[in-house]
Design a protein around this ligand. Structure first.
Ligand code: ADP
Ligand code: MG
Length: 233
């Protein structure tokens, strides 16, 4: 358990203030984020939309502690990310955040079960608990019967469900998803969005999802728009 407050009482899942990220590309500065201040309430399903290049992935990575902003602050359930050491951040990420990507990012030689189980195992949990967590996560996405199949034996939608189960396996309070429906047809995308919505309702998880799919408006509690590294209304 990490010291500091776990922020159990915090009603805000995410709070960023003046978040700025500048990439140095040769002699040039690319301003990917220009002072983003955003809040996400705990237990909400929030979508982040915007054109390609608007800074969505950069923002998600700063919120998930995968990238360090150039300026500004990020606080997740009351914990200030920039005050954590690399080691603390790695551990916090593993225990408190689930990531879902457009490309599923499953290991091709491992079964669905093994892909999911990797997460609790890397977190150092006991074998029995790893099994339980893996099975219940696969249950949540309706894939128990498929647990011994490998990614190439599954449809895109099923693979993304495995990835969602993997993101859930350590019982995170926050799930960050970067265009998780980007490679899926619209009816499969709808299924996946429905799963995220259900997880938020039933598992007390907060979801921040990057998308430029108009379908997402039907499922999210709130939609933010990003343009040129800034939130617009
Ligand atoms: P989005 O996810 O909305 O498409 P990104 O966050 O990926 O946007 O990118 C925002 C801006 O930052 C773009 O101009 C992009 O080219 C630039 N950018 C992103 N990552 C890097 C990087 N690693 N190095 C340099 N520039 C980057
Ligand atoms: Mg992106």
């Amino acid at each position: 358990m990490l010291e500091d407050e776990k922020g159990e009482g915090s009603a805000l899942a995410i709070e960023t203030s003046g978040l700025t990220r500048v990439y140095k590309v040769g002699p040039h500065d690319v301003l990917a984020l220009r002072g983003v201040s955003l809040t996400v309430d705990a237990g909400c399903f929030v979508a982040l939309k915007g054109r390609s290049g608007s800074g969505k992935t950069t923002l998600l990575n700063c919120i998930g502690g995968l990238d360090r902003p150039t300026a500004g602050s990020v606080s997740i359930f009351g914990r200030e990310l920039l005050k954590m050491s690399e080691r603390e951040l790695t551990r916090w990420r593993r225990e408190q955040v689930g990531f879902v990507f457009q490309s599923f990012a499953l290991l091709p030689t491992l079964s669905a079960f093994e892909n999911v189980e990797l997460m609790p195992r890397m977190a150092g949990r006991r074998r029995r608990e790893c099994n339980q967590r893996t099975e219940s996560s696969l249950d949540l996405v309706g894939l128990r019967k498929w647990m011994h199949h490998r990614p190439y034996e599954m449809s895109g939608g099923q693979q993304q469900r495995v990835a969602i189960a993997r993101a859930l396996a350590n019982g995170p309070r926050l799930i960050l998803a970067d265009e998780p429906t980007g490679e899926l047809d619209s009816s499969t995308a709808r299924d996946i969005l429905g799963i995220f919505q259900r997880i938020v309702r039933e598992q007390q998880v907060t979801v921040l999802m990057v998308s430029h799919d108009s379908l997402v408006d039907e499922f999210a509690d709130r939609v933010y728009h990003l343009a040129d590294g800034q939130i617009i209304d």
